[in-house]
Design a protein around this ligand. Structure first.
Ligand code: ADP
Length: 487
């Protein structure tokens, strides 16, 4: 792979993809998407309104009702999904550059993580398309009883800006394999790769109306949630947005699945492989500029190794390379937009004001773009806002702990429950923590290990339902029971 700065890719689509056609907004409005490296406008994107959402829902509904997709031979559905994955692979460099440009993530991460994981996800679910079986159930009496798994119908999928292409793949994969048709709204900060994916889906041969993309702000998403023609909403984002979605969806009793935020404990015991744990702490928090719902933002370190650990992790934070996201040497890009940038800086100020000690970072980096220095706080207590709230930025809080009982209670002292990690060589301790921390994913001696086959999702206010794996198919299927008299 070349180490030269990558040229910004051409922007091919700025309109919405509805019923197989590229369409302007019926309201005529557009909104800008910015390059967070230098705050310049990359493109003006069609701003979807209620009429656009309605058109997209009608297209998805028509494609669903005709059976064009749901009744297509399941092997052919799988084949089309694989074809889309092949096209993503063939256009990997362009997609990675587009993702990096729009989101600000380092091109090296887009190439090595976002794109391969997204491609893998579509391939994984392509394999499920012809494996959605039911059960034969031995009921009382002379009956033949069996279940069928049928697609939920038209699904509305609303995704965030932190992993745009990966979130699209996580949502499209199980929905398409199940035979659902889709209206997707990418985040307003990062619409570009989703539009390009829709173009590739068309090139792959997906029938018109199976995948539709509407672009816009939260109000466009809200119009989807209210629309009676959508059967289910799958949402990833902030829990406060999920609360609004629950209220808006109540009227039509839509099925809902949520993947929300976290304040994940990353627990390092004194008997751990220290260097591996330090590397895992850095990666678990600073990867993607800290903009991960499962970021290990509460780093608990056993008292006896605290000082040594802190000094090693500070060294690693200082060695991060901040710069242009399209430069392959960059390991940390800017935050996605001014709102996130300001929110993170205000948490850093709060941490200082509440008495935590800022050992490194703590400020803006440079004077253009939304860059924030990798920041580490010690002398943090569990009640400080930096230890309680999701910051979604490169801000690590290190908290010492005494023993296993103490740490399990503290790890669970949060309204979130998305992920956790434990670092130890003691198998018993590892299993005890894994069984006791109330979170959807527990990593042992590793962090942020994702695979399309392994379910991911939250306990408590981190969400409901699971993405990935066989589990995600349940989000997109209705179970039908058929009972037949045998005379
Ligand atoms: P974040 O705070 O990380 O930006 P949000 O929850 O605000 O997360 O946004 C995630 C996605 O939800 C985006 O696509 C956004 O446009 C959309 N969204 C925001 N508000 C609403 C809403 N009221 N109804 C539906 N979707 C919304």
């Amino acid at each position: 792979m070349s180490t030269a700065i990558v040229a910004a890719p051409k922007i091919r689509q700025t309109n919405m993809f509805i019923g197989g056609k590229w369409q302007e907004s019926r309201g005529g409005k557009r909104f800008p998407t910015l390059n967070p490296v230098n705050e310049t406008v990359i493109a003006e994107i069609a701003q979807g309104n209620e009429a656009d959402v309605d058109a997209a829902v009608k297209a998805a509904r028509a494609a669903f009702e005709t059976g064009l997709w749901s009744k297509m031979d399941a092997r052919d559905r799988g084949r089309l999904m694989n074809k889309l994955a092949d096209l993503m692979e063939a256009n990997l460099e362009e997609l990675a550059a587009l993702e990096s440009l729009d989101n600000g993530k380092p091109i090296r991460d887009a190439r090595a993580a976002d794109l391969p994981l997204a491609i893998d996800c579509l391939r994984y679910y392509a394999g499920w398309a012809d494996k959605l079986t039911g059960d034969v159930i031995p009921i009382r009496g002379n009956y033949f009883c069996y279940t069928r798994r049928e697609p939920v119908g038209v699904v509305g999928q609303i995704i965030p800006w932190n992993f745009p292409i990966l979130m699209a793949a996580w949502k499209w994969g199980p929905a398409l394999a199940s035979g659902c048709t889709i209206v997707m709204k990418p985040a307003e900060q990062t619409p570009l790769t989703c539009l390009r994916l829709a173009e590739l889906a068309q090139e792959a041969g997906f029938p018109d109306g199976v995948i539709n993309v509407v672009t816009g702000y939260g109000e466009t998403g809200a119009a989807m949630v209210r629309h009676p023609g959508i059967d289910k909403i799958a949402f990833t984002g902030h829990y406060e947005t999920a609360q609004k979605i629950m209220v808006d969806a109540a009227k039509t009793l839509k099925r809902l699945t949520f993947e929300l935020g976290g304040k994940s404990p990353n627990i390092v015991f004194a008997d751990a492989d220290l260097d591996a744990a330090v590397a895992g702490a850095e990666f678990g928090l600073f990867f993607n500029q800290g903009q991960c719902c499962c970021a290990g933002s509460r780093l608990f370190v056993e008292q006896s190794i605290h000082d040594e650990f802190v000094s090693k992790v500070v060294d690693r934070a200082k060695s991060r390379q901040l710069g242009d996201s399209l430069d392959p040497n960059t390991t940390q890009g800017p935050q996605v937009d001014a709102d996130q940038f300001n929110k993170i800086l205000s948490y850093i100020d709060k941490g200082k004001a509440e008495g935590a000690k800022c050992l490194t970072g703590g400020s803006r980096f440079g004077n253009k773009g939304f860059f924030i220095e990798p920041t580490i706080f010690t002398e943090v207590n569990d009640e400080m806002s930096i230890a309680r709230d999701e910051i979604f930025g490169p801000v690590m809080s290190i908290l010492p702990f005494k023993n296993t009982d103490d740490i399990i209670a503290r790890a669970n002292n949060t309204y979130y429950g998305l992920a956790a990690a434990v670092w130890t060589r003691d198998v018993q301790k590892a299993h005890r923590v894994a069984a006791s921390v109330r979170a959807g994913t527990i990593w042992v001696n590793c962090y942020d290990v994702f695979d399309a086959a392994a379910p991911f999702g939250g306990f408590k206010m981190s969400g409901s339902g699971r993405e990935l794996g066989e589990a995600a198919l349940a989000n997109y299927t209705e179970l039908k029971t058929v009972t037949m008299s045998l005379g």
